[in-house]
Design a protein around this ligand. Structure first.
Ligand code: SR1
Length: 372
């Protein structure tokens, strides 16, 4: 059990109308308020029919603790954790908005969002990788971060079910042919099996584990852009490309929504911005490594591997969000979701099967441009 974080006392009451005679304390702005998030004993998007242990809040608290040490400006402030009640006391971010909501309403990303996401992944993963942490200390961290229940959900929902017959799967009837083709595609299934095995066995670093556009809050404070990553309850020790891949998948799907609605702005730049920020941050941190990996040549090889795995995981996330479990409002709220969903599925397949030959963001752009 992780130790409780120190609880801040004196958190203002959420009531804005004081009792008669009580001293009037002005209600502070959202950024100075706190809220409590308690884990429910079931999967949020499924409801009580899918029970899940509320101990996942431990993983969430632990992930916030790790990020707080390396990138505190990119997560909500955490004031305390009550492990008995699976409750986190955290910064109220109600003055910010969920990135997916903002994008679905037609706004652009702006220059900072994806850059900060890339930096976030690099800062968290470098610090807890074999490059940033002494070997024995890291083994203890890995042991503490094992999260079998949540990992099994991803292994099944993202990395298996869309490619077999499963009751969780559903799709628009206009996608019947592609859903059947994906289940009967040996090359695709073998590549997904490979990514599933990487997900199950690679222990590169503790990750966020569910880094989609619904896990990012954006807004402005004091005239400056703010980006906060939240909800790391799926945090686990895995391949760094899983976090990047989930983010990329969601940006690529948002791009298909914007294309369908004729509201394309800076969508096509997000994969590049986040990748370049990730790689630049990782390279900045490389000289601080605590273990020997000889010279810089290995860093290049490592980043190439992260790139290719990120593409593959992006493809699997796209596919599951269209024909598997937990679809995206980016597509489901389109007047006709079929054309954009078909493009997304075809893109997902390309990213999975061609991940080794797509060498950079321009190649991904070319794949998107080639979709019919
Ligand atoms: C069974 S939970 C379904 C999905 O919701 C979460 O946000 C994760 O993405 C998970 O795969």
């Amino acid at each position: 059990m992780i130790p409780p974080l120190p609880l801040r006392t004196g958190t203002p009451s959420s009531s804005s109308s004081p009792r008669p005679g009580a001293p009037h304390v002005p209600y502070p702005p959202a950024r100075r308020r706190a809220l409590t998030k308690q884990a429910l004993p079931w999967v949020r998007v499924a409801g009580p029919s899918w029970p899940m242990s509320p101990e996942r809040a431990d993983a969430e608290a632990r992930a916030y603790e790790q990020v707080a040490g390396v990138a505190p400006d990119k997560i909500p402030a955490i004031h305390g954790y009550d492990g008995e009640n699976h409750a986190l006391v955290m910064e109220d971010m109600s003055d910010l908005e969920v990135l997916r909501t903002v994008l679905n309403e037609g706004a652009a990303y702006g220059p900072d969002t994806s850059r900060r996401i890339g930096e976030f992944v690099a800062q968290l993963s470098f610090a807890t990788s074999g490059f940033g942490m002494p070997s024995a200390e890291r083994k203890a961290l890995i042991a503490a971060c094992v999260s079998p229940e949540l990992c099994k959900i991803t292994e099944d929902v993202v990395l298996s079910e869309p490619y077999i017959e499963h009751e969780h799967n559903h799709w628009h009837p206009g996608l019947d042919d592609l859903a059947a083709a994906f289940r009967a595609d040996p090359r695709l299934r073998t590549e997904v099996a490979d990514l599933r095995h990487v997900f199950m066995t690679s222990a590169q670093a503790p990750l966020h584990g569910d880094l989609h556009t619904g896990s990012v809050m954006v807004g402005e404070r004091d005239g400056a852009p703010v980006v906060r990553v939240f909800d790391p309850e799926f945090s686990f020790v895995g391949p760094i490309g899983f976090d990047l891949g989930l983010y990329w998948a969601n940006t690529l799907v948002s791009q298909e929504r914007a294309r369908a609605l004729g509201t394309l702005t800076d969508h096509g730049e997000q994969l590049r911005l986040s990748w370049e920020a990730f790689a630049a941050q990782f390279r900045r941190l490389w000289p601080t490594r605590v273990d020997t990996f000889f010279d810089d040549a290995y860093l290049d090889r490592f980043l190439d591997r992260v790139w290719a795995e990120s593409l593959g995981f992006a493809g699997t996330e796209i596919v599951r969000r269209v024909i598997g479990f937990a679809h995206l409002t980016d597509l489901t709220t389109l007047p006709d979701p079929v054309p954009a969903s078909r493009r997304a599925l075809l893109l997902g397949r390309e990213l999975i099967v061609r991940r080794a030959e797509l060498t950079g963001p321009d190649d991904v752009r070319a794949v998107v441009a080639s979709l019919s």
